[in-house]
Design a protein around this ligand. Structure first.
Ligand code: PMP
Ligand code: GLN
Length: 380
């Protein structure tokens, strides 16, 4: 008999809902990706580097020009420089970086704390490594963290805590107080922190992104994870990176060299060059704030309930209990079939589901897509 590593796992919700959107010809506000084109000059740079024959394996950690460009960026934004030879690896996306970090540190039976709702790969990655996910619920309705609950969840077996700011799907963003509370919990322990910051540049309403890299007292224990897919509107490129102190990155690379080894070369050169123009990412808050507000404005007289405007990321959650008492998985299927709008049920971000009657809308879409979706959603 075949023994599955993930016996209770099916196809993930993002693939499922995108397939449903295609099947029903629905507007897809489900899976998080842009429906507008990425910057063509970045495409041109890829072509340029391909024609310059940058087409062989890149170094295992990534091309030095890109590692240096990232270091310049973290120094400017988070006042944190690092050793580009030993403290960074370019990865095929953020999801991969999280998996690799967990695989580098975990032994069977280890506990890893995750804050629910949580990006679905965390739970699977912990289980694939023979570990146990310890689930701590985030606060209702703003998805802030109850640090006392996190503290209570720590045991002698806790190997790591995964945090995510800006948060998917809850859109909560960490404040310095959050990092302070986490620091108090982990100081005098050997707990690692995996900080998922793939939405680092999507922080709205004038707030600033609080990267773990700003907090020197957490550096020795951190894996900070980023993704270019969210920054340059090209999720299909699957490129990201992980920054960690030398001793941790050394273990990380031992794993990386035997699963991906390296990432595609011309795109790395292209992004390294493109990163010189910091405006490309500094304008993202204004760009996405416009989209969030356009969508929320158009949803104002809908039956959906807004509990909290998205503070970060490109996701907005809303309640639907005024419309239906179905469970959210059924509700989202019905929505895609009958009203031709695909969304994500928030219960998919919990190991054991939830009854909160919330759906997640992705607003990384053309204005006309958002308006057309809202028009359909207002009819319910
Ligand atoms: N973390 C979170 C919270 C995400 O939403 C995503 C999704 N795109 C990722 C990590 C990873 O993204 P990717 O692997 O596409 O870089
Ligand atoms: N992170 C993306 C989302 O939340 C999807 C990633 C994926 O499809 N695995 O929509």
């Amino acid at each position: 008999m075949f023994i599955s590593k993930l016996p209770n796992t099916g196809t993930n919700i993002f693939s499922t809902m995108s397939a449903l959107a295609l099947q029903h010809n629905a507007i897809n506000l489900g899976q998080g990706f842009a429906d507008y084109p990425m910057n063509q000059s970045l495409c041109n740079l890829v072509q340029k580097h391909m024609l310059l024959d940058k087409n062989q394996y890149a170094p295992m950690a990534g091309v030095p020009e890109l590692r240096q460009a990232i270091c310049n960026k973290t120094t400017r934004l988070y006042n944190k420089s690092f050793d580009i030879d030993h403290e960074i690896t370019i990865t095929p996306g953020g999801t991969y970086a999280i998996y690799t970090a967990l695989t580098a540190i975990m032994q069977p039976g280890d506990e890893v704390i995750i804050l629910e709702p949580a990006y679905d790969s965390y739970l699977a990655n912990i289980e694939m490594n023979g570990g146990v996910a310890v689930l701590v619920p985030l606060n209702n309705p703003d998805f802030s963290v109850d640090w006392q609950k996190v503290k209570n969840a720590v045991t002698a077996k806790t190997k790591a805590i995964i945090v995510n700011t800006p948060h998917n799907p809850g859109s909560y963003i960490f404040s310095p107080h959050d990092w302070q509370s986490l620091t108090e919990i982990v100081s005098n322990t050997s707990i690692y922190i995996i900080s998922d910051e793939v939405y680092e540049h999507i922080v709205l309403d004038g707030a600033q992104h609080e990267s773990i890299l700003r907090y020197p007292s957490l550096w020795d224990r951190c894996f900070a994870v980023f993704s270019f897919g969210k920054v340059f509107h090209n999720t299909g490129w699957k490129l990201g990176y992980c920054i960690a102190p030398k001793q941790l990155m050394n273990e990380y690379k031992k794993i990386h060299q035997f699963i991906a080894f390296t990432c595609n070369t011309p795109m790395q050169y292209a992004i390294a060059e493109f990163l010189q123009n910091e405006n490309e990412y500094l304008q993202l808050p204004a760009f996405f704030q416009h989209k969030r507000d356009l969508f929320l404005n158009a949803m104002q007289d809908s039956g959906f309930t807004l509990y909290q405007k998205a503070a970060g990321s490109f996701f907005q959650t809303m309640g639907y209990q005024a419309i239906s008492d179905r469970k959210d998985t059924d509700f989202t299927i019905w929505l895609a079939q009958e009203f031709k709008v695909a969304t994500i049920p928030v219960s998919a971000f919990y190991k054991n589901g939830s009854n909160e009657k919330l759906v997640r809308f992705c607003f990384a879409k053309k204005d006309e897509t958002l308006l057309a979706a809202a028009e359909r959603l207002r009819k319910i």
